[in-house]
Design a protein around this ligand. Structure first.
Ligand SMILES: NC(=O)c1ccc[n+]([C@@H]2O[C@H](COP(=O)([O-])OP(=O)(O)OC[C@H]3O[C@@H](n4cnc5c(N)ncnc54)[C@H](OP(=O)(O)O)[C@@H]3O)[C@@H](O)[C@H]2O)c1
Length: 288
């Protein structure tokens, strides 16, 4: 990967702004093993070989499957690799996403991640609130964060982040401890966090959008397709380049189970969108 978009701090480390999200490595619906385990391992190895040093995961992907594949593919991990995991959910029998935010759930989650990833300390753990499942809802996070702070004091967690949270919850957490990143739903079309991103940028806190390509429903927009055609690149590359230019604290973790898509996504780091194109793309979010 040509590193034209630079790096940003994540805790006491610095990571390239184009990383990788491992959720797509589990089976369909993020349950069970992948259709092609060898390809999943190849995707991870190629990501690292191309310079990716920030991978997002969770032990509830699969469950356990994604972390086990990560370990098989990359352990012992490269020195500079930052693996970010998250706690707060579990999977129901019917593959639903359920809250797992009791002290017992969180403690078990830390130990499951350590065991399945083969680590002694988790570099960054996001407290993932369940709100409206894929969107946040107000409510105090203090109790759950206190549990993670106790696990941090035990030396099991180095840095804390938040996921699926409101600006009020970010403020509540920052009054309690240092927060190094926020991971919320955000992309070209879904821009509810615009103000939060700018506020975090001022404080040097990373913002990692989930669903950067639209997630389970890939982004579709006539303007996006037109722009991609004019520039001779793909719509997904334009969507990623737009995020990279949106704010300096945005770290990308696009998910894919294919090496072809991985290469395409990493190449977005070489794409600079001119101001006139940015204006057309900005209008998509404004109209949504
Ligand atoms: N904190 C949270 O609550 C939360 C929620 C969701 C996700 N996440 C994290 O965020 C990461 C990214 O989110 P995501 O994976 O759900 O969504 P995403 O990155 O927006 O999109 C992934 C989807 O896009 C497809 N795709 C990827 N690259 C493509 C390309 N170049 N061309 C065409 N299709 C492409 C993938 O399919 P293929 O496999 O076929 O490429 C997959 O279906 C996840 O991996 C996970 O680590 C966090």
């Amino acid at each position: 990967m040509i590193d034209t978009v630079g790096s940003f701090s994540l805790g006491h480390r610095s990571v390239k702004r184009l990383g990788y999200g491992a959720m797509q490595l589990a089976g369909p619906g993020v349950v069970g093993p992948p259709k092609d385990r060898a390809e999943a391992i190849a995707v991870l190895r190629e990501a690292v070989a191309q310079g990716v040093n920030h991978i997002d995961t969770s032990d509830y992907y699969g469950p356990h499957v994604t972390n086990q594949i990560l370990r098989e593919a990359l352990h012992p991990y490269p020195e500079d690799l930052v693996i970010v995991t998250k706690l707060g959910a579990k999977r129901g029998e019917d593959a639903s996403w359920l809250p797992a935010l009791t002290p017992g759930d969180l403690e078990r989650g830390v130990h499951d991640n350590l065991r399945h990833l083969g680590l002694e300390v988790l570099e960054v753990v996001n407290l993932r609130l369940m709100g409206r499942v894929h969107g946040p809802a107000e409510g105090s996070l203090a109790e759950a964060l206190q549990v993670l702070l106790a696990l941090q004091r035990q030396g099991l967690i180095r840095h804390l982040g938040l996921s699926n949270v409101t600006a009020t919850q970010v403020a509540e957490a920052r009054a309690m401890t240092e927060i190094v990143c926020v991971q919320n739903h955000y992309n070209l079309v879904h821009r509810a966090d615009d103000a939060l991103i700018d506020e975090l940028a001022k404080s040097g806190i990373a913002y990692t959008p989930f669903f950067p390509l639209g997630g389970f429903t890939p982004l579709q927009s006539e303007v996006l397709s037109q722009v991609a055609g004019e520039l001779g690149v793909t719509a997904m590359q334009v969507a990623l380049a737009w995020l990279l230019q949106r704010a300096p604290n945005i770290l990308l973790i696009p998910g894919t189970a294919s090496r072809a898509h991985l290469r395409e996504n990493l190449a977005a780091a070489e794409l600079t969108l001119p101001a006139s194109v940015l204006a057309r793309l900005n209008a998509i979010g404004a109209a949504a």
